[in-house]
Design a protein around this ligand. Structure first.
Ligand SMILES: CC(C)(COP(=O)(O)OP(=O)(O)OC[C@H]1O[C@@H](n2cnc3c(N)ncnc32)[C@H](O)[C@@H]1OP(=O)(O)O)[C@@H](O)C(=O)NCCC(=O)NCCS
Length: 181
């Protein structure tokens, strides 16, 4: 599938929230405790995305969208400065989120967005890109096969459940994404 990437605008909030909700539930609803799954509502996603897109400049973050030939949204990525990384590894940039619409996964959009975000963070001087992924999420292997190195595990309390988050680092070579992307 050929995708075109562009920066998100505030008017994209509803479409991004709908895709995020659908992709998150398709991937994680059977892996995480029911109380955690139920807390991830579409309304909560909509509210979250209005704030994310309004605060992009303040956060120094970027949201990139992938669209197909007909201009339909098929995925998005959100990245920016690293948020406290609980390991000794120094990371400056972080991929906060990467989601592809169910039904068009496995067609290259995720890799295209990953590469784009790695380049953007490297361009802003980040030597490493942090990615957090629930340890039970099959997406861990997607990052590993693209060169991410597991640098730790973090426990996080979510709706009364302690969940394990796998922490990955991508080495970003002087403004370029890693070769294997
Ligand atoms: C993981 C994800 C971002 C990959 O993007 P994609 O466009 O599907 O992947 P690509 O077509 O670029 O690459 C294909 C690879 O992804 C793997 N893949 C496809 N769908 C996947 C899925 N749902 N979960 C994990 N890996 C998946 C394929 O097996 C293939 O692996 P390989 O090339 O390493 O052998 C995407 O599948 C997705 O959005 N998953 C659900 C949401 C999620 O878990 N996001 C990550 C949160 S940390």
């Amino acid at each position: 599938m050929r995708v075109t990437l562009r920066d998100a605008r505030r008017a994209d909030a509803q479409a991004i929230a709908a895709l995020h909700h659908a992709s998150w539930h398709a991937q994680l609803s059977t892996c995480l405790p029911p109380a955690v799954v139920e807390a991830h509502t579409l309304d909560a996603r909509r509210a979250e995305w209005h704030v994310v897109l309004a605060d992009l400049r303040v956060e120094g973050a970027v949201v990139r969208l992938a669209e197909n030939d007909t201009g339909a949204l098929v995925g998005f990525a959100h990245a920016g400065p690293a948020r406290d990384c609980p390991t000794d590894v120094v990371v400056a940039g972080e991929l906060y989120r990467l989601y592809i619409q169910p039904g068009v996964q496995g067609m290259g959009a995720g890799t295209a967005l990953l590469r784009d975000m790695a380049r953007a963070l490297a361009h802003h001087g980040a030597g490493r890109m942090l990615v957090r992924c629930w340890a039970v999420n099959p997406a861990c292997s997607f990052y590993e096969r693209r060169g991410a190195v597991r640098i730790g595990l973090a426990s996080k309390s979510v709706n009364g459940h302690i969940l394990e988050e796998a922490l990955y680092a991508f080495e970003l070579a002087s403004g370029r994404a890693p070769e294997r992307f």
